[in-house]
Design a protein around this ligand. Structure first.
Ligand SMILES: [Zn+2]
Length: 119
């Protein structure tokens, strides 16, 4: 069956063919994870989140990137599972990489919660 799927926010319309209902659900689950989850920055809550691909030493890193500089890594499926497929691990955090002392040394800044001490 041919499927036309429009994301909830209307930003994307995707057309694909699903041979079976399991294939349909599999494809929708993948598209929804990619395009409809994690669309708000986990650090600053901005909606200005875009996809980004960095190439480093022959490897490509796929991520979501916020205007505040935070990014969230996406993982690639093994080719035997879904060639060219991406997913976001449930525990993938939004992080900002900031140079420390040395330009080549980086420090991870993730969501921090502060506890106020009771008197
Ligand atoms: Zn942000």
């Amino acid at each position: 069956m041919e499927v036309v799927y429009k994301t909830g926010d209307g930003r994307f319309t995707i057309k694909f063919v699903a041979e079976t209902e399991t294939g349909l659900v599999e494809e929708l689950a993948s598209l929804q994870d990619l395009l409809e989850r994690n669309t708000v920055c986990g650090l600053c809550k901005s909606h200005e989140v875009l996809f980004s691909v960095r190439s480093i030493e022959g490897n490509k890193y796929f991520e979501r990137k916020c205007e505040c500089g935070a990014s969230q890594a996406m993982s690639q499926y093994k080719p035997s599972v879904k060639k060219g497929g991406l997913f976001t691990k449930y525990d993938s955090k939004w992080v900002k990489w900031q140079p420390k002392h040395d330009e080549n040394e980086v420090v991870e800044e993730s969501v921090k919660t502060t506890k106020k001490n009771g008197k």
